[in-house]
Design a protein around this ligand. Sequence first.
Ligand code: ADP
Length: 476
Amino acid sequence: MKIIESLNNKNYINGEWVSFASTLEVDNPSTGEIIGSICDLDKENILRAINSTADNFASWSGVDLDKRVQILRNWHQLIIKHAEDIANIIVLEQGKVITDARNEVIYGASFIEWFCNVVYTVTGSVLDDKGKNQKLITQYEPVGSVAAITPWNFPCAMITRKITPALICGCSVVLKPSEFTPFTALFLTKLLEEAGLPGGVLNVITGEADLIGKEVCNDFRIRKISFTGSTRVGKILYQNSANSLKRLSLELGGNAPFIIFADSDLEKAANDLIISKTRGNGQSCTSANRVFIEAAIYDKFTQLLSSKFSSIVIGDCFDKASQLGSLINNAGAQKIDGLIEDAKARGAKILCGGSAKKNLFSPTVIIDCSDEMELFQTEIFGPVAACYKFSTLEEVIKKANDTEYGLQAYVYSQDLAKAQEVASKLDFGMVSINNPLSSNAKAAFSGRKASGFGIEGALAGLFEYLNTKYINIPIK
Ligand code: ADP
């Protein structure tokens, strides 16, 4: 693909597209074909990117808000104009199917539009304390230079969701996209440059994740890190940021319960579960991980699910009829294999699927799962519906909450009062009732416990990039 060729072995540092001798290969997970390579940056050049980010903060935060918003609106337009190009890059480097990739681009762009609109509602306050003859001013200021570290499962949306609020608030950014999906990031950067972003305000670097992570964590001038990825890496960044006392947003792993009560619309619940388990090929931190089914409908529902999972269309990722693509790499497939073997050894049964062919994992329904199995506590990250039986509302709430994670949960019932009662008792940052795709730029995306902290999207997503200042002035 021409766009990928033009971005091959490129980083964007201080407003220039630069290349380096040392590179890492990037493959297409569906075919194994090498699609290009990225720079493997050394310490000196990582520092150059951090210097540029820090040096350009003052000028960018001084740019009029209308101007900043205009540049981001231009970016939004360019993303829409090039939506098909971006979707194609996502398919090639990430392995998801084209329809899914197109949806991601629209979802990604929605963050830009939202933050451009909502930023004008961020106002400070002025209060007169006449008793003390003082004026009390509260105002908001950008946190400073920010590092964004993004994952491979949403190569476009995780970037727009972080970069937009940061830039709109006046922060400069150094971005490290996943080594598996760098070309979406680099192309989005090209478009942002075309949209009018001054050089050096956004630096985009690739290379050894450990090294880049350490450099940004240790650098006092980087005042915040926004990270989406594994809980393991989130903890490393948290620890390594202690010395420089940075602000952090950590959007980490999940272990989503998908609770189906007997009074649900079963057809819809089964179809929605397919959506949840095929979006990003099940490799999403909000994907259903534990399917809890009320005993009265357990057999009927799992049979229905199995027949639907068996008809999921697997084909060329560029064919719009295809529903499921490939996992990001073979390690992902092997991990799932291991979880399934463990579950089978402990009494679970496979209704359909259950095997990997290279990076492709067959849509799998596994029943008679229990909380002693590894997959009860592990993010599966693949198209596997692990089914558990429950009898009472209290029991399912307890089981659903029995995890260190706390990101997304789902409740299915036609009794909305009951569903809402369950939702309020679930120890998760987000609960979706009868809806498998509730992520929305206008709403707060947030986790708790081992799923991390910080909010993305919503108005609160802007405050992640703002410091609050209080000024006290004497009055006569
Ligand atoms: P996953 O396990 O889903 O691949 P990771 O947490 O490993 O998620 O990756 C998410 C992002 O974090 C990627 O950009 C990856 O390169 C980066 N990353 C991985 N290890 C580190 C690290 N030690 N320090 C900083 N970033 C890291």
